[in-house]
Design a binder for this molecule. Structure first.
Ligand code: C2E
Ligand code: MG
Ligand code: MG
Length: 678
């Protein structure tokens, strides 16, 4: 912000001031000199008066007593030698002039009619002094002596050149000195001015002037810097308060989640942007009986529950497009662009509802108290046809109100959709009790080499449902995955499998068998997985070389670094790593090279298609060749026909697994068959 032009210069003013002072001092000195000079002149005149008196005192006596003309002539001669003496009158008895002398022999006019000792009179360029003439202490007459006298003007005139030259010299010197010193004083000020000119915006308040001096200017700079720092701090605080206010207007202060206003705005923006997929999902989650929770545990604990719940939501639903906290205990999750297929969108809704159950079924540990909550959820699946954010919110809210009214876990806005979703959610509830009651059994499918010799088996879990009978893992593993139940199921599988492997170790017929255990992404990612394996290997005295952990390619899509680290740890223990369903994921060649892998399992779909489909055959061939190049074992899954075996043998596949050889069966069946000589 430039206000006005500053043209004045302190430097010039300082110089002018110094010159003025010097001139004044010089003038005063000149006057003082004149006064002093004239005083000296007075003294000189008195001295001269005395000298002349002394020189002519004898002659004066003679003159007064004898009135001798020759004496008068003598006196005149003597007096002529005194250049400054203008005139002299000798009085007898004070009033009678008996002798007169005038330097220029001009007609002389006495100044006085009388002569009075000690009288001094200055007229123009002359001074007249009267002095008594004594003879042996007796007053015999009086002289009135007029001497040339110097006036102030004379003094000025006489010395004007000297003073002028001196004055000019002094002025010049002063000018130069003042120039030098003025610069010395004004330079720091100019530096400060220039610096302050840069401090125009709040953003330039972080600048500081360099303090190079140790004098008042240094102090001034330091104070300027302190002032700027203070200003900057107070501005920053103002900014912070503003931001906090803005934040509170848009976010929930307890959880940091966006509030309803911001949610609706963001949702509208999402709706307004073009989309390729048609179906979108919104969930409105309400913590049931939160009021009672508040009364029983107090506000502080309940707030912590809300915070922890929000945190779980955040961790579990990382892939959500929008989230919000509305009201005291209600949360919103929004998935945009789920799919162009409504059924896929419904599946996603089921998955979210399952995962939500997963995170609400675990208690919240708040100040040493375990607090359980349950939720009601309103769900709305909508298409691109709904273009108003408020409308979407109204639908999901109405679904939530319905769930609350009917006291059910969830309610869809669209009842037809709800019927479809119900199935998978029933699985979750049943699976919960299945875990508690251990309704699982481990089946084993044998694996063979090219000679048809059993080399090991893969363990495959089965759910023995009290009503439905044997339930396939393809039905319940995804639900267990999404709800977190896989951790418990997986631990049970691992323990059961290792117990079996340790039995095989002890049997000479089976001691060379390997056992492959499927481990899901969530189970593998869990912190306790590696320690659990380690513990069980020790507990059941397992030869780790005989254990294979089967992981899917997709597992590597998330947090790869951590996954690779874990794979390495297992491998260091001697355990083998196998990549299941290879070819369906996205593992690149570069990736394969860096992964700590021992085995690859060709996805059964390629094996199924191999006979009829050329592409599948090429894929199988490529995978086998790739494995050989990287020195991995290769297993073909889903080998159902003799022809499959022939092709695979030609392609030099190492191991085979499939219905052609044997199906997954309970351990008793396998061991029975085996002991019968297969
Ligand atoms: P997977 O690991 O790829 O297992 C092979 C699947 O193919 C098994 O299905 C097996 O029964 C089936 N199979 C084997 N040979 C043939 C064949 O010749 N023809 C056909 N049509 N199918 C064959 P299953 O037992 O239903 O298991 C399905 C998937 O469930 C498994 O695929 C695995 O991903 C998962 N799973 C099974 N048990 C466990 C477990 O204990 N933990 C985890 N996390 N996942 C498991
Ligand atoms: Mg497998
Ligand atoms: Mg497989």
């Amino acid at each position: 912000m430039k206000t006005r032009e500053y043209k004045g210069s302190i430097e010039k003013k300082l110089r002018k001031l110094v010159l003025l002072i010097v001139s004044m001092v010089f003038f005063i000195a000149y006057v003082a000199f004149a006064i002093f000079y004239i005083k000296e002149e007075n003294i000189r005149a008195v001295k001269l008066n005395k000298t002349i008196q002394n020189v002519i005192s004898q002659d004066l006596a003679k003159l007064i007593f004898l009135n001798n003309v020759a004496t008068a002539a003598d006196i005149t001669t003597k007096l002529k030698s005194f250049d400054v003496l203008e005139s002299l009158v000798v009085y007898k008895n004070g009033t009678k002039a008996v002798y007169q002398y005038a330097k220029n022999d001009k007609s002389f006019v006495s100044h006085h009619n009388t002569c009075k000792d000690g009288s001094v009179e200055i007229v123009g360029h002359t001074i007249t002094m009267d002095t008594d003439i004594s003879y042996f202490d007796k007053k015999i007459g009086c002289t009135s002596m007029t001497l040339r006298y110097v006036t102030y003007f004379d003094v000025f005139k006489k010395y004007i050149w000297h003073f002028s030259v001196l004055y000019l010299f002094v002025v010049l010197m002063t000018y130069l000195l003042s120039y030098y010193y003025a610069k010395k004083f004004t330079r720091p000020i100019i530096k400060l001015t220039k610096f302050l000119e840069q401090i125009e915006l709040a953003t330039s308040l972080d600048k500081r002037i360099e303090v190079t001096q140790n004098d008042e200017f240094g102090k001034l700079y330091e104070e300027t810097n302190i002032m700027l720092e203070g200003l900057q701090k107070s501005l920053q605080e103002q900014q912070k308060t503003k931001e906090q206010l803005r934040y509170l207007q848009r976010y929930d202060s307890l959880t940091g989640f966006p509030n309803k206003d911001l949610f609706l705005k963001s949702l509208q923006t999402l709706i307004d942007t073009q989309t390729t997929k048609v179906w979108h999902l919104i969930f409105c989650i309400d913590i049931s009986k939160f009021k009672i929770l508040n009364e029983v545990y107090g506000h502080e604990r309940s707030d912590i529950v809300l915070q922890k719940f929000a945190q779980r939501l955040e961790e579990e639903f990382e892939d959500v497009s929008l989230k919000a906290k509305i009201g005291v205990d209600e949360f919103l999750l929004y998935y945009r662009n789920v799919s162009d297929d409504e059924d896929v969108a419904i599946q996603k809704a089921e998955e979210v509802l399952n995962r939500l159950l997963g995170i609400t079924s675990k208690p919240f540990l708040v100040k040493d108290k375990e607090i359980f909550i349950s939720v009601h959820v309103g769900v709305d699946i909508h298409s691109n046809l709904v273009t108003n954010a408020a409308e979407i919110f109204k639908e999901v809210d109405s679904a939530l109100q319905n769930a609350k009214k009917e006291e059910v876990y969830f309610s869809f806005y669209n009842k037809e959709v709800e019927r479809k979703a119900q199935k998978s959610l029933d699985i979750y509830t049943e699976l919960l009790s299945a875990v508690k009651e251990e309704q699982f059994e481990l089946y084993y499918q044998l694996q063979y080499d090219g000679e048809g010799t059993v080399t090991g088996a893969e363990s495959l879990v089965r759910w023995i449902h009290p009503v439905k009978g044997v339930v396939s893992p393809t039905v319940f593993i995804p639900v267990a995955e999404s709800t977190g139940l896989i951790i418990d199921i997986g631990s049970w599988v691992l323990e059961t499998a290792l117990k079996q492997l340790s039995l095989w170790h002890k049997n000479p017929q089976t001691q060379e068998w390997t056992l492959s255990v499927n481990v899901s992404a969530k189970q593998f990612a869990a912190e306790g997985f590696v320690p659990l394996v380690e513990k069980m290997i020790t507990e059941y005295v397992i030869n780790p070389k005989k254990l294979k952990i089967e992981l899917t390619e997709s597992l590597l899509a998330k947090d790869t670094e951590m996954m690779i680290e874990k794979m390495k740890k297992l491998r260091n223990m001697g355990i083998q790593i196998s990549i299941d369903d290879f070819g369906t994921g996205y593992a690149s060649l570069q990736y394969l090279k860096s992964l700590p892998i021992d085995q690859i399992k060709i996805d059964q779909n390629f094996v199924f298609g191999m006979l009829k489909n050329k592409t599948d055959r090429i894929i199988v061939k490529t995978i086998i060749e790739l494995s050989r190049a990287f020195d991995f074992e290769v297993v073909a899954e889903g080998v159902e026909r003799k022809e499959d075996v022939e092709i695979l043998k030609k392609l030099r596949c190492n191991y085979y697994q499939g219905y052609f050889f044997s199906k997954p069966e309970p351990i008793e069946t396998i061991m029975q068959r085996y002991s019968d000589g297969l």
